[in-house]
Ligand binder design. Sequence first.
Ligand code: NDP
Length: 277
Amino acid sequence: MSKISLDINSTIRLNIGVEMPMLGFGTWNLRMKDGYKAVLWALEKGIRLIDTATVYENEKEVGSAIKDSGIPREEIFITTKVFSTEPGYESTLTAFEKSIHKLNVTYVDLYLIHWPLTDLRLETWKALEKLYEDKKTRAIGVSNYTIRHLNEHFEHFTTVPTVNQVEFSPFLYQKDLLDFCKSHEIVVEAYSPLTQGSKLDNETLLTIGKKYGKSPAQILIRWGLQHKIVQIPKSAKENHIAENIDVFDFILNEKDMKELDNLNEDFRINQNPDQIK
Ligand code: NDP
């Protein structure tokens, strides 16, 4: 573990050669002015990956903050997602056009199928392939896919998703899924990496945090980064955004990484995608 050297500019290479920042910013539930301000703070502090989705209803604010930041568009990695109410080939192409219009950009960096909710997901993927071929998105991927959904995907397609964005934390240490994705060169991106705040008073996190002079949130983010999992913590508060970025001046040792791995209790905030046929 001591060889892991990471900083705010660290990226991970996707299976198509595109570089994706390891630490990004989530925007679920950040709407209107709050969304705009938070994204601007994150960008000002050095974050270069912004995660949004049609269903978050904030693509317009995300786009405005990106523009107003003055940072060149090509330096920012924008992810958005097609929601399960818009599955299928044509409806996905339409949803994509609406998203880039709201974001006020000509392309996105990563376009994801938000949930594998209906059997139209295969048709949805064909639309993503088309968007990738047309260079409207630099990469395509999935979210909330289990090993079963990925195996189904491989039965139908030769294109491999670049990313699988799933709920992931030490309390939901999905080792089998992580190993499976790594073996197929799919980058795992953790959503709700801070368990939406619900486990920040955990004793092990507090004890390990004390040892390194770091908060539980910082320990969670660092744990994910050391597992080579992209992190997209969300916060509406400037001080929390700064705290969540301040994770590059320490390294969790092997013993502490193991102890954190052992916190797994299959704890979920969101729906278990395994229930989706
Ligand atoms: P997170 O695990 O990122 O937790 C966010 C919560 O933690 C907020 O309540 C925030 O409160 C609090 N928080 C943030 N930083 C700190 C800190 N340093 N100390 C204490 N509390 C803190 O939850 P999310 O569910 O938002 O996940 C992150 C992102 O993942 C989403 O925003 C979204 O972009 C994506 N996502 C994707 C899903 C999918 O289906 N693909 C599903 C869910 C999320 P405060 O604002 O007060 O700081």
